[in-house]
Design a protein around this ligand. Structure first.
Ligand SMILES: NC(=O)c1ccc[n+]([C@@H]2O[C@H](COP(=O)([O-])OP(=O)(O)OC[C@H]3O[C@@H](n4cnc5c(N)ncnc54)[C@H](O)[C@@H]3O)[C@@H](O)[C@H]2O)c1
Length: 278
């Protein structure tokens, strides 16, 4: 344990999907620093295996859109460490983009497979193992596109909304086994996914700064910190919850139009002489 960390995941066995990059990588680094025993899964074998080697963790190649590969990752974790305490369903892509009127059904289904089916598979197979021990935490990545329309492509938005619904539904069944199920919904976060959309890291940082009401870009380690909280005993009674980490974007009221009234001197606009109002 280093001086900055407090061992909040000491000896906890944690499986992270999509761990080779971005938020998954940041979660792996933070959970490792907090004492977790990690298994990293990703479709990107080279980066995933390299990170695992750095952390003394194990790596398993897995495509999360394939049920048997998610199940294999869970079984690998249990074989190696005797149990699974925490499953993080993080792997993702942008998926189908463009007008709803042009969206191709195969691209739609491929998006749902990676972003939604994967979460179903992760919850299903992790819960089967956690039930035996009557404890466990399952976390999944939604998005601010999962709580509002118009913030992401259609297929992505639909999948991320569904992740929140599935989180609530699974939590309601699995609480009887002592299993907590939660989601994290990040705003635009500077990761290779966003860098790819924006055309580089500098442009991604600039874009994430522009959309942040707090005026600074959201970074992957801040999403990792939210995952750590939900995974830890500090959140022992938090389940069926979606923790939005978005610098306030989805609270609304940050568009320049909103300040037209907010920034006026205090007054009352309406018919005079009503109630207490001037
Ligand atoms: N970056 C953001 O702004 C943002 C915002 C909200 C939600 N999210 C969500 O956070 C999660 C992580 O995103 P990120 O920004 O870190 O992306 P990223 O591209 O940096 O990392 C995603 C990782 O998932 C892996 N992956 C992709 N498809 C896979 C598959 N089929 N099987 C296994 N692994 C696969 C990739 O190889 C990569 O390592 C995603 O679910 C994403 O939708 C990201």
């Amino acid at each position: 344990m280093n001086a900055q960390t407090t061992g909040r995941m000491q000896d906890k066995v944690v499986l992270v999907t999509g761990a080779a990059s971005g938020i998954g990588e940041a979660a792996a680094l933070l959970f490792h620093a907090e004492g977790a025993r990690l298994v990293l899964a990703d479709i990107d074998q080279e980066r995933g295996a390299a990170l695992a080697a750095r952390l003394g963790a194990s790596f398993i190649a897995a495509d999360v859109s394939r049920e048997e590969q998610v199940e294999a990752a869970v079984l690998h974790t249990v074989r190696q460490h005797g149990r699974i305490d925490c499953m993080i369903n993080n792997a993702g892509v942008v998926g189908a983009v463009g007008s709803i009127m042009e969206t191709d059904a195969r691209a739609w289904h491929a998006t749902q497979a990676i972003l939604l089916d994967s979460v179903f598979f992760g919850i299903k197979h992790a819960a089967r193992r956690m039930r035996e021990r009557r404890s466990g935490v399952i976390l999944s990545l939604s998005s601010i596109a999962g709580v509002m329309g118009g913030l992401g492509p259609h297929a992505y938005t639909a999948a991320k909304h569904a992740v929140i619904g599935l989180t609530r539904s699974a939590a309601s069944e699995l609480s009887q086994y002592g299993i907590r199920v939660n989601a994290v919904a990040p705003g635009t976060t500077v990761t290779p996914l966003v860098e790819g959309i924006r055309g580089g890291r500098e442009a991604a940082i600039q874009g994430a700064t522009q959309v942040s009401p707090l005026g600074s870009p959201l970074m992957p380690d801040e999403i990792a910190a939210a995952l750590l909280y939900l995974a830890s005993d500090a959140a022992a009674h938090v389940t069926a919850h979606t923790l939005v980490v978005d610098s306030g974007v989805t609270a609304g009221g940050f568009a320049s139009g909103a300040s037209v009234l907010r920034d006026r001197p205090m007054s009352f606009i309406g018919p005079s002489g009503q109630g207490e109002h001037p």
